[in-house]
Design a protein around this ligand. Structure first.
Ligand SMILES: Nc1nc2c(ncn2[C@@H]2O[C@H](COP(=O)(O)OP(=O)(O)OP(=O)(O)O)[C@@H](O)[C@H]2O)c(=O)[nH]1
Ligand SMILES: [Mg+2]
Length: 337
């Protein structure tokens, strides 16, 4: 059986409690284009009717960007929990109930799997009940990326902006919407598996009747994630909102993932790699067990912990371990009520 199929057969799981992995320093990944885009987004927001704030359904609370949240306080906003195909579906109702009781519009979505009809529903959900705008046509035209010469009346055009942390699927959602609504276009918006693909603010027509434009924006990370928020940082690295590498050693990320799998009682994965979840060992020893079970050796005959780390992180990201939600949903909701 392929890894993808066996993952589908596994039940969805959600993390419980906090993990013990400790990092010595905070995480900072905030390239210049993010700072520039944040200022420009704030300027353009004035004439935007509806904002899609996209989060990763696997980390519905860790993927909140508090800077963006502040900018959106008075805006009509729809929170999209994208990549729902990779998250534990058991949380969807709980999270929807929590936000709905706070008068917040939310949708769970999968830009990879959902149908054209689901996409059209999302567009209608955004446009149909939107209040009528008061802005002059020139302002709306410029907000959606037009130049100086306004040739038509843009007052009835619905202007939308999509934003969120990197790699949550913002540009993919735009492509899906354009395809679903049959907007003629030459090229797809550029997307990619690594965070930080979109670097400029650009508007795209996503709906014909009524006419709607959606402004794509670069993913924005918090300027710094401190050590006390390290779990949020590690969640963001595991779901690839933060670039791998230099920032946190892959072994730390892999050890964190194993700890999470233990809190989820993910026995099938752990036992497959020879890890006994009931036995408490040093996190490094878990990686050693995986390297042994997979026959991962370095050139000089040592077990290769780097390769073992990359192996399980990659499997998690591809959804090959199953549908895992890394945030403890009950705890996060409790903290907010
Ligand atoms: N499994 C799954 N993958 C998705 C989904 N939506 C997007 N992706 C993948 O996630 C990756 C990132 O997608 P993008 O659309 O480039 O994300 P983005 O938010 O625009 O990223 P930045 O521009 O870097 O901020 C791509 O590899 C997509 O194929 C989804 O619903 N499910
Ligand atoms: Mg993008």
């Amino acid at each position: 059986m392929s890894a993808a199929i066996s993952a589908l057969l596994r039940p969805g799981r959600t993390a419980v409690g906090r993990c013990n992995i400790k990092m010595e320093s905070g995480i900072s990944w905030y390239p210049g284009h993010m700072e520039k885009a944040t200022h420009e987004m704030a300027q353009r927001l004035k004439y935007i009717d509806t904002v899609f704030e996209v989060r990763d359904a696997r980390i519905p609370f860790s993927s909140i960007n508090t800077t963006l949240e502040q900018m959106l306080q008075k805006k009509r906003r729809i929170i999209i929990f994208n990549k729902a195909d990779l998250a534990d579906p058991a949380n969807e109702q709980k999270i929807t109930d929590f936000y709905t009781s706070n008068r917040q519009l939310v949708k769970f979505f999968s830009a990879s799997n959902d149908t054209n009809q689901d996409c059209m529903n999302l567009i209608r959900f955004a446009i149909n009940d939107a209040p009528k705008k008061k802005a002059p046509t020139r302002q709306i035209y410029q907000t959606i990326g037009g130049g100086k010469n306004v040739e038509e009346d843009y007052r009835s055009v619905h202007s939308m902006m999509i934003m969120g942390v990197p790699n949550v699927g913002k540009s993919t959602i735009i492509n899906r919407m354009r395809r679903a609504s049959g907007v003629t276009h030459k090229n797809n918006v550029k997307t990619g598996a690594l965070p930080g693909v979109t670097r400029h603010i650009t508007a795209f027509r996503v709906s014909e009747d009524p006419v709607g434009y959606l402004v794509d924006t670069p993913g924005i990370m918090l300027p710094r994630i401190n050590t006390e928020d390290q779990e949020k940082g590690l969640n963001l690295i595991l779901t690839r909102a933060i670039r791998d590498s230099v920032i946190v050693h892959p072994q730390t990320v892999a050890e964190f993932l194993i700890e999470k799998l233990k809190t989820m009682n993910a026995l099938d994965c752990l036992e497959e790699w020879g890890i006994d979840p009931k036995v408490d060992v040093h996190p490094n020893d878990n990686l050693l067990t995986i390297a042994k079970s997979q026959g991962m050796m370095t050139a000089d005959g040592q077990y290769n912990l780097e390769t073992a780390s990359a192996f399980i992180i990659d499997k998690y990201r591809k959804g090959e371990l199953g549908r895992f939600t890394l945030d403890d949903i009950d705890m996060e909701i409790k903290l907010r009520t």
